[in-house]
Design a protein around this ligand. Structure first.
Ligand code: HPA
Length: 279
C-alpha cells in the first residue's frame, strides 16, 4: 500500500525529464524553497531556469487561492541550484493534508536535504509589528490532522518521527546571522497552525498566546511534518502581515495580508539569497 511513494515517483520522474529538457542538464538541487502568501516574488530567479506549472505535474494539487501562482521553478539563487515552489496548496482549500505534502515527498526523492518554508502570519506576540519577519523556532499543531496519518510508508520515514528540532537550530542561527548582515529585524517565534479558512476569533488568539504561540497561520506545518518524516532539515520564516484577531482594535482582513507583498519582495530577497549560499 505504498500509495504516496508511487505517486511521488511518478511526479519526480516527470520533473526530472521536464527539467532536463528545459535546461539541457539536470542540476540536482539539495535546497527547496516554498514561497507562500506574500513571498511569491521574494527571490531573484536566475535567467537560466526550468518552469513547470503544478497542473502539468502528475498527482499534484493546484492552488485555488489568489496570489499563489502554482509553479515549480528550478533555478539558481545566487550560485546555488534550488527548487522553488511559487505557491502551495492548503488544507482549507479542501485538500487532505497528505495531498498537500506530496511535493515534499517528491523533493525527498529528488535528493533535497534542506527545505525553506515561508508564510504570511498574524502576530499574536504584542512585541511584533506588521511587516516584521520571524524565524520559526517551533510550532503548535493541535487542531489539524497529521499529513503522515494512515499506513506508514517506511520508504519515507519512521512511524513515529521526532519533532524535536523540527526547525533546525543550526539553520536558524545561520539565518539570524544573515538577517543582521542584511539589516533585517528577525524575531524568533512559535507558529500556531490553524486550519482556516476563517481567521481566528479573539478568544482563540488569546488561548494560543497562553499556549505559547507567537504567530497564527494556516499553512507550513503539514509540510514541515512531512519533511521531518523524510529526514529533510527545515528553516521557516513568517512575515507578520497583520496583528491577529483581538490583538489590536483593527479587524483582520485578507487585504492587509496582500498589501504586504511588495514590502516583502524588497526586504526578503537579499536575505534569502545570502542565507541559501550559507546552507
Ligand atoms: N491568522 C491566520 N492566518 C493568517 C493570518 C492570521 O491572522 N494572517 C495571515 N495568515
Amino acid at each position: 500500500m505504498a500509495k504516496w511513494y508511487e505517486k511521488a515517483v511518478k511526479a519526480a520522474d516527470f520533473l526530472k525529464k521536464s527539467i532536463e529538457e528545459q535546461l539541457g542538464f539536470l542540476p540536482n538541487p539539495e535546497v527547496a524553497l516554498i514561497l507562500g502568501t506574500c513571498f511569491g516574488e521574494a527571490v531573484n530567479f536566475s535567467e537560466e531556469k526550468a518552469i513547470i506549472s503544478y497542473n502539468e505535474i502528475p498527482e499534484y494539487t493546484v492552488s485555488t487561492v489568489n496570489g499563489h501562482s502554482g509553479k515549480l521553478i528550478c533555478c539558481k539563487i545566487g550560485e546555488v541550484w534550488c527548487y522553488v515552489m511559487q505557491g502551495r496548496t492548503h488544507y482549507y482549500e479542501g485538500y487532505e493534508t497528505d495531498e498537500v505534502v506530496l511535493p515534499i515527498r517528491v523533493f525527498s526523492l529528488l535528493g533535497v536535504k534542506n527545505l525553506i518554508v515561508t508564510n504570511a502570519a498574524g502576530g499574536i506576540n504584542t512585541s511584533y509589528k506588521v511587516g516584521d519577519f520571524v524565524a520559526i523556532s517551533d510550532h503548535l499543531s493541535f487542531f489539524a490532522p497529521s499529513p503522515i496519518r494512515g499506513v506508514n510508508e517506511e520508504y519515507f520515514g519512521l512511524r513515529f518521527p521526532s519533532m524535536d528540532n523540527a526547525y533546525d537550530t543550526e539553520l536558524r542561527e545561520k539565518a539570524l546571522n544573515c538577517a543582521s548582515e542584511t539589516n533585517i529585524t528577525m524575531h524568533i517565534g512559535v507558529y500556531a497552525y490553524m486550519r482556516g479558512p476563517q481567521f481566528e476569533t479573539p478568544a482563540e488568539i488569546k488561548a494560543l498566546r497562553i499556549l505559547g504561540g507567537d504567530l497564527a497561520g494556516m499553512s507550513t506545518v503539514p509540510e514541515v511534518i512531512a519533511a521531518r518524516h523524510c529526514g529533510i532539515k527545515v528553516a521557516g520564516f513568517s512575515c507578520v502581515t497583520n496583528m491577529a484577531a483581538g490583538v489590536t482594535e483593527k479587524a483582520v482582513s485578507h487585504e492587509d495580508v496582500s498589501d504586504t507583498e511588495n514590502q516583502v519582495k524588497e526586504i526578503f530577497a537579499p536575505f534569502i539569497e545570502k542565507f541559501i549560499q550559507m546552507i
